[in-house]
Design a protein. Structure first.
Length: 372
């Protein structure tokens, strides 16, 4: 190799960055080493990239997508920093950073610890949340100053934790401002996501980044609270506890009929189940009354001995009387055939001789004596 070939090998003719097919590189420094960039070299900036020149630690020119022939005319800041005058065209040394301007999608975020909040329905609760977001570099100069600095290859994992912490902090603010019940949040994910995106954007802007989109995928309660909520839903579906107990009893009878050996113990099980059902019904009735809801009054069954009748005696209601008591009043004459009677289930007061159940009483009582 001749001396001129060696000199030509030390001069860089093309400055460019071809990104690998799979990478997470946000910023990449062109490997100049001790080589010099000659005047007239080609700078190739592809779509989705910006190129930033840095001279002795100072930010110089920023180039958008395109192909440039480097000269003092299209490097005004670098020409000033170098002190070039009158179109000085000698080779020069400068650091060139290629900044990826494309959108970085499907970035995950989530709450490593539960967020405490006061729910209007459940009271103090702890919730978790997760989702995804997308961002891109909006200001390559600010991004280089704030994050890249002298890193030769700056990747997304280097800022993922910082972005996640920023998102979680602002998301907690969104929860506090929304004042929504946890059960109502699922219907407001889109609105909450837009509010969170607006609140997070200024924090990223100071780093030269822009939040393109922000999504809430799920907000959940602790497992034990979700289990209690499922039980509450089950009770709402069951409805009438008494009818549910009857249904369970009927199911148990059917299962026992299929297994004759289990009939002996079925009676004990049914008795315990019925007792438990009565206790639960009583407890729920008491709880409803204590909560200010009127408890349903259950009327006692009629006393043994048949129907009981009220009788109008001397224009006043008397009774109720059993059949034996009515016989006694008939014999005494205080109750007559045309006396008005009434019992539960009758629409109105009716003459005693017109009631089918009482007609048998008048067959054993003699009619009144004829007038003298």
């Amino acid at each position: 190799m001749g001396i001129f070939d060696k000199i030509r090998g030390q001069l860089i003719d093309i400055v460019q960055f071809t990104e690998p097919s799979q990478n997470d590189i946000l910023a990449w420094r062109f490997p100049r080493a001790d080589n010099e960039i000659k005047m007239g070299a080609k700078l190739v900036v592809r779509e989705g990239q910006n190129a930033v020149f840095v001279n002795e630690g100072q930010l110089a020119d920023v180039y958008k997508p395109g192909t440039y022939t480097l000269s003092t005319q299209n490097m005004p800041v670098l020409s000033t920093l170098k002190g070039w005058k009158y179109g000085f065209e000698s080779p020069f040394k400068a650091e060139v950073y290629f900044i990826s301007m494309r959108q970085w999608t499907d970035q995950k975020w989530g709450t490593p610890n539960p967020i405490m909040m006061r729910d209007p329905e459940f009271g103090p609760v702890r919730i978790r949340a997760f989702g995804s977001y997308a961002f891109h570099v909006s200001d390559p100069a600010a991004f280089l100053k704030q994050l890249v600095v002298t890193d030769p290859s700056f990747e997304t994992y280097e800022i993922s934790n910082h972005l996640r912490n920023t998102i979680i902090t602002r998301f907690a603010d969104v929860l506090a401002q929304s004042k929504l019940a946890v059960l109502d949040m699922a219907g407001h994910y889109d609105k909450m996501s837009k509010v969170a995106c607006t609140m997070i954007a200024p924090d990223l802007a100071t780093l030269g980044l822009a939040l393109t989109s922000f999504y809430i995928e799920n907000v959940s309660l602790p497992p034990e609270v979700e289990q209690a909520l499922d039980k509450r839903t089950q009770m709402g579906v069951i409805g009438d506890l008494g009818r549910y107990t009857q249904y369970q009893t009927a199911e148990a009878i059917g299962d026992a009929a299929k297994n004759p050996s289990g009939i002996a113990g079925m009676g004990v099980g049914l008795g315990a189940g019925a007792m438990m059902g009565q206790q639960m019904t009583g407890a729920m009735t008491g709880a409803m009354a204590g909560a200010g809801q009127p408890a349903q009054q259950v009327a006692p069954p009629p006393l043994p001995g048949g129907a009981q009748y009220y009788v109008a005696i001397n224009n006043q209601q008397a009774g109720p009387f059993t059949m034996d008591a009515l016989k006694q009043h008939l014999a005494e004459g205080s109750v007559k055939r045309d006396s008005l009677v009434w019992k539960q289930g009758m629409a109105s007061w009716t003459a005693a001789e017109s009631v089918p159940d009482l007609q048998q009483l008048f067959t054993t009582v003699p009619p009144p004596l004829p007038p003298q």
